[in-house]
Design a protein around this ligand. Structure first.
Ligand code: HEC
Length: 255
């Protein structure tokens, strides 16, 4: 089932790039664009009329985890998390999810094209919570980030792991560089090792599952945020591991 879904998505991506070629060759008249996306013919105008946020339906976490793990190996963390939630929503809801170009999220890998900033799995969570929960999505993402920084990861155990790994680690940070760096040191492996790749694929599954748990609770009217946004607590945009960067002399922002 999951294989089928992941295949379907790469077919879609092929169609999109074919369309890109056509547009490039000037064969599609402006204003008459019709895209073929997965389930059939859909006009872009119709998709863009969708009410925001897009409708969410509760999802099965095991299915989401499997897609995230498998899809990491196609286009990495941000794509893995986004696609693991939006592909099942394409099945349950259809449009506008069907028209969402999943490849547009690939850039989040490596903390934004390798800059080591926000872990791409969290960027993916943010894209999804923004689409499905709008303003409430910010509270959901805040909880996902607190959970991420505070949990020994990865937890997900794939049925057919692509590599064996020993370590789990609590990052104390949402930054890709810090999170993956601490884990690599503990495991004793290089960035371009099969173990590091498997760790990030499993972690993507964990983040996707946690995001869906919160979204499912939200859909039932049972989601209650338990943390403030850091900005309001500290008076400056920040991560909470202040002393890791500043040492014992953490500056206080002007208030
Ligand atoms: C990932 C590393 C990192 C983390 C985590 C971090 N900071 Fe910073 N912070 C910096 C860097 C680098 C600067 C740039 C200025 C500098 O060199 O001091 C900075 C600047 C600041 C400034 C403005 C400059 C000043 O001296 O007034 C304040 C205030 C500050 N940080 C407070 C905090 C607080 C409070 C936390 C925890 C809630 C925190 N920081 C977490 C790295 C970090």
């Amino acid at each position: 089932m999951v294989e089928k879904l992941t295949e379907k998505i790469s077919d879609e991506e092929k169609k999109i790039s074919r369309r890109g070629l056509l547009v490039g060759a000037g064969k599609v008249a402006a204003g008459a664009a019709i895209v073929t996306a997965g389930m059939g013919l859909v006009s872009t105008a119709e998709a863009s009329k969708a009410k925001f946020p897009w409708p969410y339906k509760k999802l099965d976490i095991d299915k989401v985890a499997k897609i995230a793990y498998e899809n990491w190996f196609k286009n990495f963390c941000c794509y893995a998390v986004t696609s693991s939630i939006l592909i099942p929503l394409r099945e349950k809801v259809g449009e506008p999810y069907t028209s969402f170009p999943l490849m547009s999220t690939k850039w989040g890998h490596g903390g934004a094209v390798g800059w080591g900033t926000l872990c791409g799995s969290l960027t993916g969570a943010g894209i999804v919570t923004g689409l499905c929960a709008g303003h409430d999505g910010e509270n959901i993402l805040n909880e996902v980030i607190y959970w991420y920084a505070d949990t020994a990861l990865p937890m997900y155990k794939p049925a057919n792991p692509k590599a064996r790994i020993k370590s789990v680690n609590k990052s104390d940070s949402p930054l890709c560089h810090i999170s993956v760096g601490k884990w690599m040191k503990k495991e004793g492996v290089k960035f371009f090792s099969p173990q590091r790749k498997d760790r990030c694929a499993r972690l993507s599954a964990d983040v996707a599952v946690q995001t869906v748990k919160f979204l499912n609770a939200w859909a039932d009217g049972k989601f209650k945020p338990t943390h403030k946004f850091p900005l309001f607590g500290y008076g400056i945009t920040a991560q909470e591991n202040c002393t890791e960067c500043h040492g014992s002399d953490v500056p206080q922002p002007l208030r």
